[in-house]
Structures are given as C-alpha cells and as structure tokens.
Design a protein around this ligand. Structure first.
Ligand code: CU
Length: 180
C-alpha cells in the first residue's frame, strides 16, 4: 500500500530539482537568520548622535556577588569631544565608572571623577584591566547568555539605552576585537 503510494508520488526529475532548490533556499534563509542572531548577541552596536557604542558585555557572577563589570567601546565620529557622565541599570543599585591601574605594584581600582572623555574622532575602550563600569549592589546575578539593559548618559549626545550581553565567568575579552 505504502509502496504503491510512493510509486505514484515519485516526482519527475524537474519536480525533484525544484524541491532541492526549495530546500537550499530554506537552508540559506536559516543560515541568514542564525547570522543575524549571532550579530545581535556578539557584535551588537548602539548609536546616539555621533557616538557608536560597540558590544556592551558583562560577565556572569558567582552566587552572592555584589558587583559585576561592564565593558564596551565608544567611537566618536563627530568633530567635538563628548563625555560619558553616568550609567544606570535595573540590575544594580548603581553603576560606577572605574579606572584600573597599578599603584606601588598593587592593582587598584578607583572611580573616574568628572566622567570619561570621548575625544573628537576618537575611540575609547572599556575593557578588563582598564576603564570599566562597575555595577554595584547587584539585585540579581547576571547569567551567561542573557542580556540586561542599561542607560548611558552623555554630556552632548544625550541618553541611550543599550543591552549588555552576559558572557562566561572566565571571559577576558582578549579574543574580542571590540575590546581593543
Ligand atoms: Cu571596578
């Protein structure tokens, strides 16, 4: 019964080719969708005025952690300098801009006073080991694979909402060309 049905339904060579092309089309479409999704998570970018905020990311934290880092690049395509004044997010009580450096052979971290300048035509990177955001007083632990939103306020460009992609606990950003 099923054999005779199969025989009756056997496609002509032309129909077969059409069917293969159709499947290829679906495969290409699926790949394009996957690519778009990957773009959103791994190389996402936000724009406000002349500023481009590249790939905001954070790190998953162990249970009970009270702080989490925040990293991204800011590119200023304009002719005048701007300044990152403040950051806020629902994930923590507050967010601070920190600078990391070595003082007397000891790694130290201190808040950056007066905001972070983004020179005209310049690019500033917030990355592990240098300037970074610190989400202080976490209300919950950021989990790998999720995103959380934050608001950045610039002196001239204004306010922009961005999404931080949460990466693994051991992530250093070294393999990420956006962090350079
Ligand atoms: Cu810090």
């Amino acid at each position: 019964m099923s054999r005779s049905f199969r025989n009756a339904a056997r496609p002509t060579p032309g129909a077969l080719r059409h069917r293969i092309e159709e499947r290829l089309g679906i495969a290409v479409f699926t790949l394009a969708l996957l690519f778009l999704c990957a773009q959103t998570v791994f190389a996402h970018e936000f724009k406000i005025g002349d500023l481009e905020i590249g790939h905001p990311w954070s790190r998953a934290t162990p249970a009970g952690a009270k702080v989490a880092g925040g990293y991204f690049t800011i590119t200023n395509k304009g002719g005048t300098a701007d300044r990152l004044l403040s950051i806020s997010s629902d994930i923590s009580d507050k967010a601070e801009l920190h600078e990391m450096g070595v003082e007397d052979g000891v790694m130290t971290m201190r808040p950056v006073a007066g905001g972070l300048e983004i020179p005209a035509g310049g690019k500033v990177a917030l990355a592990p080991g240098g300037y970074h955001l610190m989400f202080v007083g976490l209300k919950r632990q950021p989990k790998q694979g999720e995103t959380f939103s934050a608001t950045l306020t610039f002196e001239k460009a204004g306010v922009v909402s961005v999404d931080f992609a949460v990466e693994g606990m051991g992530e250093t950003g070294a393999m990420d060309d956006h962090a350079n």
